[in-house]
Ligand binder design. Structure first.
Ligand code: HEC
Ligand code: HEC
Ligand code: HEC
Ligand code: HEC
Ligand code: HEC
Length: 508
C-alpha cells in the first residue's frame, strides 16, 4: 500500500469532529458576537482626487486603445465577478438575507459591506435611467476607479502615449494606481481578498459567524486568470510595442508571471502582519473597526480546529507562537519563502513575522500599544522590500527559462512542507503555471504534474458557497476542506519528474 492510500484509509476511521476552542476568547473577555451596525467599519478611500464614473471610462475602453491596451477591457470587466459584486448585497440573495437577519443590518446600507463589494459612494452613477429596484449606488459594482484610482487628475494626461512609461510614483501623483506594478497590484487585490484594516475593509468575525464565506488563500496571478484578465502583459503586445518598451527601459512588469506571483507572495506576507498592526494602529483604524481585538484578523484555525491527537497542526508547529494563542494569517508564509530564496535571500517567513509574534506571545491578541509599532518591524519590512526589489529587477532575457526551471524546483520542494491546505494552494497555483513553460519537462510530464495538483489541492478558485447553502456552517465547507487535506497525497502531487533533457547551464 502506498503512503498516500494508507494515509487516507486511516483517516476514514476518524472523521474529525470540529470544536470551538473558546477558552482563549473567554479568558480575554472578548465580545465575540457583538455587532451593532453602527459600529461597523467605514472605508477610507484615496483623498484629493474625484471620481469620473465607470460610464465615462467604458466609453473609450470598449475599443482598441492605440495597440497599448487590451481591446477587451470593458467587455472582460462586464463579465468578471467584480462588475456584479454589489449584487451580493441585495436581500434577494438568501445568504445575504440570513446575514442581515443575524446582524440586524441592511447590507446595501452598511459601510463595511460596501467597502469591498462596490465602488465608492462618491463615484457618479451613469446618466441613463436606472431600474427602480436599483439605485445609483447599485449600478456598477467594483468599478474601474475602485481599482485604478479616482480619475479626475489622470484622465487627460493618460490619453497620451508618454503616460505609459511613467514611473508608478508619477502615475500615483495623478491619482492612478499603477496596477501593472505587481507589488501595487497585489496590494490592491489583497485589500479586499485578505482585508485591510487601514481602509476599513475587514469582514468582522460576527459577519463570518452570520454566514459570510471565509476568505481563503489568494494568489493574484492565478486569480487574475480565473477572473478573465482585461489586460495584456507587455510581452504579449505587438513587437513594435515591445521594442518601444525595451527602448524606454520599461521594467515594471517583472520578468514572468511566476516572478509576478512571487512578488505578490511577499506582499501577502507583509499584509498579513500589517492587517493586525493597522487594526491596532492610531487614527482611522481605531475608529473604523468594530472592536479590539477583532478575531477575524487572525488565523481562523488558531481557534477553530479539531481536538484530535496526533494533530497536523501540532506537527506543523506554531512558527514561534505560544500554542493556544491566535496567530497571524498563515497561508502567505510558504510561497513567500520560495520568493525569498528565488531572490537569493533565503529567509524563514517566521523570522520576518517574529516582531508581531513576540507581541502576540505576550498575551492573547498581543498588547495593542506594542502592535502599533512592534520593535524590529521596520527591519523586517525592509527585508521584504529588498526581496521585492531583487525580484522586480530580474530581466526578461536568455536566462529566463533556466530561472523558471529553478523556480519550479523550489516550489516543488516547498509544497510538501506547507503544512495545511491554505498554505499549499498558492504554491500549487504558481507551480501549475510555471511548469507549463519551464524547460526540462515533456508536455506529458507537465500535464501529469498539473493533473496531480488539481486532484490533491483543487486548483479552482474558491467559489462563494451556493446561495441556497446559506445555512451550512463554515466548518462544513472550508474547514472540512482543510481537514480533508492529505499531506501524503500533496507531497506526491508536488513531486517533479526528473528533467528529460539535461538543463542548460545558466549563462555566465
Ligand atoms: C477619451 C478616451 C478615454 C477615456 C474617457 C478613458 N481612457 Fe483610459 N486610456 C485611453 C487611451 C487612448 C489609453 C492608451 C494610452 C496609450 O496609448 O498609452 C488609455 C489607457 C488607460 C490605462 C493604461 C495606463 C497605463 O499606464 O498603461 C488605464 C489603466 C486606463 N486607461 C484607465 C482608465 C479609467 C479608469 C478611465 C475612467 C476614469 C479611463 N481610462 C478613461 C483612453 C481613455
Ligand atoms: C478588480 C480591480 C479592477 C477593476 C474593477 C478594473 N481593473 Fe483595469 N486593471 C486591473 C489590473 C490589476 C490591471 C493590470 C493587471 C496586470 O498588469 O497584471 C488592469 C489593467 C487595465 C488596463 C491596461 C490594459 C492593457 O492591455 O495593458 C486598462 C486600460 C484598464 N485596466 C482599464 C479598466 C477599465 C476601463 C475598467 C472598468 C471598465 C477597469 N479597468 C476595471 C484591475 C482592475
Ligand atoms: C474585506 C472585504 C469584504 C467585506 C468587508 C465584505 N465582503 Fe462579502 N465577500 C468578499 C469576497 C472577496 C467575497 C468572495 C469570496 C469567495 O469567493 O471566496 C465575498 C463574498 C460574499 C458573499 C457571497 C457571494 C455571493 O455572490 O453570494 C456575500 C453574500 C457577501 N460577501 C456579503 C457581504 C456582506 C453582507 C458584507 C457586510 C457584512 C460583506 N460581504 C463584507 C469580500 C468582503
Ligand atoms: C480567537 C479565537 C477565534 C478566532 C481567531 C476566530 N474565531 Fe470564530 N469563533 C470563536 C468563538 C469562541 C466562537 C463561538 C462564539 C459564540 O458562540 O458566541 C466563534 C464562532 C464562529 C462562527 C459561528 C459558528 C456557529 O455557527 O455558531 C463562525 C462561522 C466563525 N467563528 C468563523 C471564523 C472565521 C472564518 C475566522 C477567521 C477569519 C474565525 N472564526 C476566527 C473564536 C475564534
Ligand atoms: C474592492 C474590493 C476588491 C478588489 C480590489 C478586488 N476584489 Fe476580487 N472580489 C471582490 C468581491 C467582493 C468578490 C466577490 C464577488 C461576488 O461573488 O459577488 C470578488 C471576487 C473575485 C473573484 C471570483 C472569485 C469567485 O469566488 O468566483 C476573483 C477571481 C477575484 N475577485 C480576483 C481579484 C483580483 C485578481 C484582484 C486584483 C486585481 C481583485 N479580485 C481585486 C472584491 C475585490
Amino acid at each position: 500500500m502506498s503512503r498516500a492510500t494508507r494515509h487516507s484509509a486511516s483517516r476514514k476511521g476518524r472523521r474529525p469532529a470540529w470544536h470551538l476552542v473558546a477558552a482563549v476568547v473567554i479568558a480575554a473577555g472578548v465580545r465575540v458576537m457583538a455587532a451593532e451596525p453602527d459600529d461597523l467599519p467605514a472605508p477610507v478611500f484615496r483623498e484629493g482626487f474625484s471620481y469620473k464614473g465607470a460610464e465615462l471610462c467604458v466609453r473609450c475602453h470598449r475599443s482598441e486603445q492605440s495597440a497599448w491596451c487590451d481591446t477587451a477591457t470593458s467587455t472582460a470587466w462586464r463579465h468578471d465577478a467584480h462588475s456584479r459584486s454589489h449584487l451580493a448585497l441585495l436581500s434577494t440573495n438568501p445568504r445575504t438575507r440570513s446575514m442581515e437577519e443575524a446582524l440586524g443590518i441592511k447590507a446595501a446600507e452598511t459601510t463595511s459591506c460596501k467597502a469591498c463589494h462596490t465602488h465608492p459612494d462618491a463615484e457618479p452613477g451613469p446618466e441613463e435611467e436606472i431600474p427602480e429596484a436599483e439605485n445609483r449606488f447599485f449600478h456598477t459594482g467594483i468599478s474601474c476607479e475602485t481599482c485604478h484610482g479616482a480619475g479626475s487628475s489622470y484622465l487627460e494626461p493618460h490619453l497620451h502615449t508618454s503616460w505609459r512609461f511613467l514611473s508608478s510614483a508619477e502615475k500615483a501623483s495623478h491619482g492612478m494606481v499603477d496596477l501593472r506594478n505587481p507589488a501595487l497590484k497585489a496590494e490592491n487585490c489583497l485589500a479586499c481578498h485578505m482585508g485591510d484594516a487601514g481602509t476599513g475593509r475587514v469582514v468582522p468575525h460576527a459577519a463570518y459567524a452570520a454566514g459570510h464565506p471565509p476568505l481563503g488563500a489568494f494568489e493574484m496571478e492565478a486569480a487574475s486568470a480565473a477572473l478573465g484578465p482585461h489586460w495584456k502583459r507587455v510581452w504579449e503586445k505587438s513587437d513594435r510595442i515591445q521594442e518601444l518598451a525595451a527602448d524606454k527601459g520599461y521594467q515594471v512588469e517583472a520578468a514572468s508571471t511566476a516572478h509576478r506571483s512571487l512578488i505578490g507572495a511577499l506582499v501577502a506576507l507583509r499584509e498579513s502582519a500589517l492587517l493586525v498592526q493597522k487594526a491596532a494602529g492610531p487614527a482611522t483604524a481605531r475608529e473604523t473597526l468594530p472592536s479590539w481585538p477583532e478575531l477575524s484578523l487572525y488565523d481562523c484555525q488558531a481557534c477553530h480546529h479539531d481536538l484530535v491527537l496526533p494533530s497536523r497542526r501540532q506537527q506543523a508547529g506554531y512558527g514561534g507562537l505560544v500554542p493556544g494563542r491566535p496567530g497571524l494569517v498563515r497561508w502567505p508564509r510558504r510561497l513567500a519563502e520560495v520568493a525569498f530564496s528565488t531572490a537569493e535571500m533565503p529567509t524563514a517567513a517566521d523570522d520576518i513575522l517574529s516582531p508581531w509574534v513576540t507581541s502576540l506571545n505576550a498575551r492573547p491578541f498581543g498588547h495593542r500599544d506594542d502592535l502599533r509599532a512592534p520593535p524590529g518591524a521596520g527591519n523586517a519590512l525592509a527585508r521584504v522590500d529588498a526581496a521585492i526589489a531583487a525580484l522586480a529587477t530580474v530581466r526578461r532575457d536568455a536566462s529566463l527559462p533556466e530561472r523558471q526551471r529553478q523556480i519550479a524546483e523550489t516550489l516543488a520542494a516547498a509544497g510538501p512542507r506547507s503544512g495545511d491546505l491554505d498554505s499549499a494552494r498558492p504554491v500549487a497555483w504558481v507551480l501549475a503555471e510555471v511548469i507549463q513553460t519551464a524547460p526540462g519537462w515533456t508536455a506529458t510530464d507537465r500535464a501529469a504534474v498539473r493533473a496531480r495538483l488539481e486532484t490533491a489541492l483543487d486548483l479552482r478558485m474558491p467559489r462563494p458557497a451556493e446561495a441556497t447553502a446559506a445555512a451550512i456552517p463554515f466548518w462544513r465547507t472550508s474547514l472540512d476542506a482543510a481537514a480533508a487535506y492529505d499531506p501524503a497525497l500533496a507531497a506526491e502531487a508536488f513531486r517533479l519528474p526528473p528533467p528529460q533533457t539535461p538543463a542548460p547551464l545558466p549563462p555566465r
